[in-house]
Ligand binder design. Structure first.
Ligand code: ASP
Ligand code: MG
Length: 439
C-alpha cells in the first residue's frame, strides 16, 4: 500500500480533479490524501478575518464568491444530474455551516471549523466523481482518526489503530480517500496541522500504516538542484537523504513542508515527489540512503540579518555564548547560522520583530553591529568521506569574487552555508551551480 497526496493546484479545477482521479485509480489500492482546491483555504482565512472584525457583509460576500466557484466546478466536473445534485447537497451543507458561524461572537474554535471546510469540500467532490466513474472508493474521515496529543504532536498510537479499523471496515475498496491538513486536538475539537499541513498528514498516515511509499504530487517535477527562477539549467535531484531534505526544507524548497519529513523518516518510509502534470517523470525520492558523497542542491534564503557581538570578555571565558543565547530565547527569536572567533560571535536571524530589543540587551555584553539585506546560500549534499570532504574548497572557489559575510561548515555532514549580500545572490547561485554541478 502507498499514500498519494495531491496538493491544491493538482485539484484546482474540474479537469484537474478528473486527471487526479485517473492517476489515483491507476496507482492501485492506496490511500489518497487531498488538500483543499487551490485558493480555498486562503478564502476561508479571509472569511475568518472578516468575522473576527465583526464585518459580516464582508464575510458573506467572500463566501458567496466561493459558493459560485464551487457551483462552476460542480457543473463542469460531473456528467449527470444525479452526481451534480449530490455534490450540491454536500457543498451546501458545508457552506451553511460557515454561514452559521456568522452569528454571534467569532471564536478561535469556530475559525478552525471554517478552515477545515476546504479539505471537506475537495474530498467530497472527488468522492462523488470517483463513484460516477464506477470506482469503489471508501472515504476515511480525517476527523475520525487524525488527532494531536496535548503537546500538539500527532497521537500516533490512536491514529494508527483508528485508521486501521476504518480501513478494515471497507475491505473491498479500490482506494481510500481522505482529507489532509485537518484533525482533532487532544480535547476532541476540530483543529488543523497548520498551513500547508497536508504533506504532514500524508507522512503521518504513511507512518501510521507502515506503507511502502509516500508520494507527494505537486506541479513541479521533484526538487531541483537550484532555484529555477535564478539559475537557468537546473535539474531535478533524483535521490535525497532525509537529512538533506530537512536542510533544504528550511530554505523554502516549497514543494515539501518541513514537518513532512519527520514521521516518514522515523518510520523509514521513502517519500517520492512527483509531478501531476508529468506523471511519467521520475521526480525526487527521499529516503535513508547510504552516504554517496555527492552534492545535491544549492538553495538560498532571503531577508537575513546578521548580528555581530564583539567583546574582550569573551576571551578565555565561559558562559558568554550562553548569555547571548538567553537574550534570543527571551525574545523568541530563532538563530539560523552562527560563526565564532575568540573575541566575537556572529549570528543570523530571519525574524526581525524583536531586533531592536535584542540589540539593546546585547549591548550590555559587547559592541554590537547589525547587517541587514543578507541572504544565506546553502549547499546541501553528503560532505562525508573522501570525495565529500573536498567540496568545501569547491564552494569557496566558486565564491572567490563574492564578499562573504559568514561561513558555516561542519554543523552537519550535509550542509555548507554562507551569508552574503542580497545583491550578490544571483551571481553566487549561478557560480555555485556552474562550479558544483558541471564538475
Ligand atoms: N489547505 C491547506 C492550506 O492551504 C493545507 C494544504 O494545502 O496543505 O494550507
Ligand atoms: Mg500545499
Amino acid at each position: 500500500m502507498k499514500v498519494l497526496k495531491f496538493g491544491g493546484t493538482s485539484v484546482g479545477t474540474a479537469q484537474r480533479i478528473q486527471h487526479v482521479a485517473r492517476l489515483a485509480v491507476a496507482s492501485g489500492r492506496n490511500v489518497v490524501v487531498l488538500s483543499a482546491m487551490a485558493g480555498t483555504t486562503n478564502t476561508l482565512v479571509e472569511i475568518s478575518a472578516y468575522l473576527y472584525k465583526g464585518n459580516v457583509p464582508g464575510a458573506q460576500e467572500t463566501l458567496n464568491a466561493l459558493r459560485q466557484k464551487y457551483a462552476g466546478v460542480i457543473a463542469e466536473l460531473y456528467d449527470n444530474d444525479a452526481s451534480r445534485e449530490r455534490a450540491t447537497a454536500v457543498t451546501d451543507r458545508t457552506f451553511s455551516l460557515i454561514a452559521h458561524f456568522m452569528e454571534g461572537e467569532f471564536t478561535v474554535a469556530e475559525e478552525k471549523e471554517v478552515l477545515s471546510c476546504g479539505e471537506l469540500l475537495s474530498t467530497a467532490l472527488m468522492h462523488i466523481y470517483l463513484e460516477q466513474i464506477g470506482v469503489k472508493v471508501a472515504l476515511l474521515p480525517a476527523l475520525e482518526y487524525m488527532r494531536t496529543a496535548q503537546g500538539g504532536e500527532p497521537d500516533m498510537k490512536y491514529i494508527s489503530s483508528r485508521l486501521r479499523r476504518l480501513i478494515d471496515l471497507e475491505p473491498d475498496a479500490q482506494l481510500w480517500l481522505t482529507q489532509g491538513y485537518i484533525c482533532r486536538n487532544a480535547y476532541g475539537e476540530v483543529d488543523n496541522l497548520r498551513r500547508g499541513g497536508s504533506d504532514y498528514s500524508a507522512s503521518i498516515i504513511g507512518a501510521a500504516l507502515g506503507v511502502e511509499e509516500i508520494q507527494i504530487w505537486t506541479d513541479i517535477d521533484g526538487m531541483h538542484n537550484g532555484d529555477p527562477r535564478i539559475v537557468s539549467n537546473t535539474r531535478p535531484v533524483e535521490h535525497l537523504h532525509f537529512e538533506e531534505a530537512a536542510e533544504l526544507a528550511y530554505f523554502g524548497a516549497k514543494i515539501l513542508h518541513p514537518t513532512c519529513v519527520l514521521p516518514a523518516k522515523l518510520s523509514n518510509i521513502p517519500v517520492r515527489l512527483l509531478n501531476t502534470m508529468q506523471p511519467e517523470a521520475r521526480g525526487t525520492i527521499i529516503a535513508n540512503f547510504p552516504p554517496d558523497g555527492t552534492i545535491k542542491a544549492v538553495a538560498a534564503k532571503d531577508n537575513i540579518t546578521a548580528i555581530k557581538i564583539k567583546s574582550g570578555r569573551m576571551l578565555l571565558a565561559y558562559g558568554f555564548l550562553h548569555k547571548v543565547f538567553e537574550i534570543f530565547d527571551k525574545h523568541h527569536t530563532a538563530i539560523d547560522m552562527m560563526a565564532t572567533s575568540e573575541v566575537g560571535v556572529s549570528l543570523t536571524i530571519d525574524d526581525t520583530d524583536h531586533l531592536a530589543a535584542i540589540v539593546d540587551e546585547l549591548k550590555g555584553f559587547g559592541t554590537v553591529t547589525v547587517d541587514s539585506d543578507l541572504v544565506i546560500v546553502c549547499v546541501v549534499g553528503d560532505f562525508s568521506g573522501e570525495q565529500g570532504s573536498t567540496y568545501g574548497a569547491h564552494v569557496v572557489n566558486a565564491l572567490e569574487d563574492i564578499p562573504v559575510r559568514m561561513i558555516s561548515y561542519g554543523g552537519s555532514n550535509y550542509n555548507i552555508s554562507v551569508a552574503i549580500r542580497a545583491v550578490d545572490k544571483e551571481r553566487a547561485l549561478n557560480s555555485l551551480n556552474h562550479n558544483l554541478f558541471d564538475l
